[in-house]
Design a protein around this ligand. Sequence first.
Ligand code: TYD
Length: 141
Amino acid sequence: MSEIMNRQELKMVTLPKICDRRGNLTFIQNGDHIPFDMQRCYWIYDVPAGRQRNGHAFREAYELIVAMSGSFEVVITHPDGTVERHLLNRSYYGLLVPPMTWRELDNFSTNSVAMVLTSTTYSPEDYIRDFDTLRKEVSDE
Ligand code: TYD
């Protein structure tokens, strides 16, 4: 997958939002809202305010990142060094992050909850935890 392809596939997804007097409801369904079948869901919470989670990329996994509560930023660093910051602060927005994309989670607000849906089950081998390794693997493709 090329860098250009990554840039095209990285996008904010607006999820359905059903509002009535009882409150709001949002949902995600395989085949409808994201271009992958969900295999796993995890969430990150009780992050000290302002803290950052270590960066990484995935070789195969797609992910959709949603701020279920509070806010945080997803920081994308492209192989050429350019940086995009995406603020997530509504639970009906999800950031679709394709494989081979370096991302960090930053600036967590107090009591924020980051939910991540992914296209694979957990596999440590799918992780790229070093930015230079990602750059090399992208340029070898
Ligand atoms: P880690 O990938 O380091 O978190 P982050 O996404 O913030 O970089 O995961 C922390 C620990 O949790 C690590 O020991 C692996 C474990 N883990 C699982 O067992 N399954 C999972 O789905 C995830 C995301 C993590």
